[in-house]
Design a binder for this molecule. Sequence first.
Ligand SMILES: N=CN[C@@H](CCC(=O)O)C(=O)O
Ligand SMILES: [Zn+2]
Length: 424
Amino acid sequence: MSGHRLLLENAQQVVLVCARGERFLTGSALRSLAVLEGASLVVGSDGLIKAVGPADVIQRQFSGETFEERIDCSGKCVLPGLVDAHTHPVWAGERVHEFAMKRATYMDIHQAGGGINFTVEHTRQASEEELFCSFRQRLQCMMRAGTTLVECKSGYGLDLETELKMLRVMERARRELPLSLSATYCGAHSVPKGKTAVEAADDIISHHLPRLKALSRKGELHVDNIDVFCEKGVFDLDTTRRILEGGKKMGLQINFHGDELHPMKAAELGAELGAQAVSHLEEVSDDGIAAMAAAQCSAVLLPTTAYMLRLKQPRARKMIDEGVIVALGSDFNPNAYCFSMPMVMHLACVNMRVSMPEALAAATINAAYALGKSHAHGSLEVGKQGDAVIINASRWEHLIYQFGGHHELIDYVITKGKVIYKKQ
Ligand SMILES: N=CN[C@@H](CCC(=O)O)C(=O)O
Ligand SMILES: [Zn+2]
């Protein structure tokens, strides 16, 4: 007789998302997701999914075996833990005052020393402990909204010392918190005061990256991705290319901001460099979309950005129709203060006209792909990490439909078969 960690019993629906080991879903495969009615799921003592299937089959298969915890899911739905593929969650210097300035454009505020530069000044002054405490609180809010894997960017330091401070804060969160993290070095998030973009790029390539490499070698830091804000007035295509190539050479996945406020040919560059993902893409070209589809470079769309900055929406429909791997992120940052992937999925459905199955795939398997982690995350399949969300509703679509209702709907959030949030 063997002991297992968790049994989720007799759910009305278990949304697997996919069931054949797919690493991402595109085009017509997004029309209907793999869903089991009246099903159960078992997580083993290693935190990995051991079995998922019809409730009676699981009951027979595991009769007489023991579980550290059993949850009766009658009348409820089980979904994979949500994956947030783009956030900026480590910072000091909130920008609530800017919310009232939304008649000025994002770039007007940026050029006037507000925006990212404002947060950079405060983040430089903040202690590591202070940054960790606010970061931990933000991650807890994300977990309560169902996120179990989150991409986290540095980029409010710009100088090496502060960038490392931010990355260390992420490293500590990886050790101390129960959700999974993908860490992104984003030292090229803005051009620091007193430098040109070329000088900033030179500094990153000759000082920041070698230091990151040395710390990674020693196992002191785990950095997964490299990012650049490729934008008119920030980093142009050439400096972006140099920085991304430098990161790629040291083994980082390329995952960067592009084609947000102006068409930059960032999508084309991402496809050419073998990027895992390009984010934003409100201004992507037709050629860029085709190139991303061909290169299996995922598009991380950020519905909160277009909504809050009143930008035009990225062309999600065209991307999906052309076979691009579309993922979603909250873009949580001091400008877009949103922790909630359920709200992000809702906004994607309304404003980008994606369907509910497309939105859920974009916030699970495809978001995991954008982080190079879809072998272990993003669907409820045997062998994957036991990360799940249980909602008190008879159809999974309620998680998207009830805008802002996730606090009421989410009963449990589970990572590696352990309950990390339970509604009181
Ligand atoms: N566009 C660049 N970076 C962020 C905004 C960061 C900030 O304004 O602090 C984004 O993805 O929206
Ligand atoms: Zn961003």
